[in-house]
Design a protein around this ligand. Structure first.
Ligand code: 3HC
Length: 309
């Protein structure tokens, strides 16, 4: 199936990034969220990231910074993005819906149940969830739509990270899977195939690693700074677990580990992986959510790259 029009739900870091890479690669995008303020914030994230990409791309071509070509390209990309708060209208001519809203099963299920009645029957639905089951999220849709429902999991920061996990759930058809793979490639990403299991590939390895790093600091075994330095210089990771936690967002990490707690109750993953962590909860309660609020485990400049104090 050929995809031209993509609707992205959720104008946070992930949704904005997905909308941006889709628009950069010629798709017509509608970015939708519940408030105008959220949409403006999403557009601001996109503009900052596009400025970064344009500066690099066009400086390489012309040897100058911020020339007319870069500005023209940025305008063209932004011209591919429309925004709207009316969810039904946002999917009226959509070939593919990518959902990147809050990691809450009931809210996602409600959204998809509503969209199922509004979108064209041929429209493919996909979720960017990192922790919930695609089958559970899709449960409010018709049997026909379930064949057109898959997982489409991007990584933060979306414009820079090359991977997309394409998840084939129980009812996902081969045609839907192949279409998602083709869209990922057109977005200049590298798709990998994963089953609908907790955390898919990357999250199943990364989340326990990040949570264990917090427990290690909480026990006083090592400081967050030393743990980061150890993993960066000793294991060659681009950023240590605490910098990564600040990047992903401590709220998102908490949503993920709460979601996994239910899976642990059902015996799908070991319970000790998701035991509550007071140090994480305290930061979230204080509104210190990482880069997005300027403070998490580190004091960080808002969206200004990895400058840690
Ligand atoms: N927009 C556009 N481009 C960006 C960008 C952004 N927001 N952020 C980084 N980049 C680009 C830079 O322009 C640069 O491009 P170049 O190599 O072509 O010049 C490249 O990315 C590297 O950026 P920097 O040189 O500024 O900085 P670093 O070399 O330190 O890289 C990083 C930054 C890419 C974030 C790197 O530190 C990294 O890979 N960190 C790990 C990130 C990670 O693991 N993400 C996954 C998190 S888990 C997740 O997302 C799942 C979720 O569902 C929970």
């Amino acid at each position: 199936m050929s995809v031209k029009n993509i609707t992205v739900f959720g104008a946070g870091l992930m949704g904005a990034g997905i909308a941006q890479v889709a628009a950069q690669n010629g798709f017509k995008v509608v970015l939708s969220d519940v408030t105008e303020k959220a949409l403006q914030n999403g557009l601001q994230i996109i503009q900052k990231s596009l400025a970064r990409v344009a500066k690099k791309r066009f400086a390489a071509v012309s040897g100058q910074e911020g020339d007319g070509e870069g500005a023209g390209w940025t305008r063209e990309v932004l011209g591919n993005i429309k925004t709207g708060t009316d969810a039904g209208q946002a999917v009226s001519s959509s070939d593919l819906v990518v959902e990147a809203i809050v990691e809450n099963l009931e809210i996602k299920r409600n959204l998809f149940g509503f969209l199922d009645r509004k979108a064209d029957p041929r429209c493919i639905f996909a979720s960017n969830t990192s922790s919930l089951s695609i089958g559970d999220i899709a449960g409010t849709c018709s049997a026909e739509r379930l064949t057109r429902f898959g997982g489409f999991h991007f990584f933060n920061p979306v414009p820079a990270m090359k991977l997309v996990e394409v998840i084939k759930a129980q009812h996902t058809s081969q045609e839907t899977f192949d279409t998602l793979v083709a869209v990922a490639k057109k977005m200049e990403k590298v798709p990998v195939s994963a089953k609908d299991t907790p955390g898919f590939i990357t999250g199943r390895l990364l989340i326990p690693y990040m949570l264990e790093a917090i427990r290690m600091a909480e026990r006083g075994d090592a400081s967050p700074q030393d743990i980061d330095t150890a993993m960066e210089l000793g294991a060659g990771y681009p950023m240590g677990p605490f910098k990564l936690l600040d990047l992903v967002g401590l709220d998102t990490t908490t949503f993920i580990s709460n979601g996994w707690r239910e899976k642990a109750e059902r015996g799908e993953i070991p319970k000790e992986l998701v035991a509550k962590i007071p140090m994480l909860q305290k930061l979230v309660d204080e509104g210190k959510l990482g880069r997005k609020t300027g403070q998490g485990f580190y004091n960080v400049s808002r969206y200004d790259g990895p400058q840690y104090r």
